[in-house]
Design a protein around this ligand. Structure first.
Ligand code: HEC
Length: 178
């Protein structure tokens, strides 16, 4: 009798350990490592709203530029030069593939990467007032060996100093104001 109880308890605790282990394992796999400059991933970005789209011919990619709530409010108000602190812009890139059902149309294929710029003119004073970060591939691998990766971003974004180092001009929306 006692040995049955012991056996039952042993079985139950084994099952519990497996369940907890699986839950922890899944939580672990779902976690995205921070960028080498300490910027933490923005897991909510798929719910952000669209500011613009773009198409790069040289590497055959389609992109959308999204904004968090602060950035969208600033864009709608035409208040983007400078962008207010707390604005986060995301650029999501996909391989450009032809739409089989309609020649001449192109659509997003494989997901390539997502990049972010977070405005905080004091915290990120050393990198144009923006915190830059990029995660690559479906596994969201942080880009860059160390924090110096951001110098690449800075170098290419510096020429657009007159628009607060941002290339994107929010696209006009019919019925949506400016
Ligand atoms: C070779 C030039 C170049 C480099 C390097 C570069 N960018 Fe950009 N970035 C651009 C251009 C051009 C755009 C405009 C939109 C597009 O490309 O589709 C842009 C747009 C962006 C946007 C959307 C806001 C905006 O400025 O329009 C984000 C966010 C962004 N880049 C993040 C990054 C990050 C993070 C890095 C570094 C890891 C980086 N960029 C490096 C050229 C560059």
């Amino acid at each position: 009798m006692i040995s049955n109880v012991v056996r039952w308890l042993a079985g139950a605790s084994f099952l519990l350990a497996v369940t907890v282990g699986m839950a922890l394992g899944q939580g672990g796999a779902g976690k995205v490592a921070p960028a080498p400059n300490g910027i933490v991933f923005y897991p909510d970005y798929p719910n952000w709203r669209v500011l613009a789209v773009s198409h790069r011919e040289d590497n055959n990619s389609l992109r959308t530029i999204l904004g968090n709530d602060v950035a969208i409010a600033a864009a709608r108000a035409g208040n983007t030069n400078p962008w207010p602190d707390g604005s986060v812009l995301a650029k999501v890139s996909w391989k450009r593939v032809p739409l089989d059902a309609f020649p001449g149309a192109f659509v997003p294929g494989d997901f390539m990467q997502v990049e972010f710029m977070r405005k905080d003119k004091v915290k990120f004073a050393a990198t144009l007032g923006w915190g830059f970060a990029r995660w690559k591939g479906m596994d969201l691998v942080p880009y860059g060996k160390d924090a110096s990766f951001a110098q690449e971003c800075v170098a290419c974004h510096t020429p657009v100093a007159q628009s607060d180092f941002v290339f994107t001009h929010p696209a006009r929306l019919g019925g949506g104001g400016k």
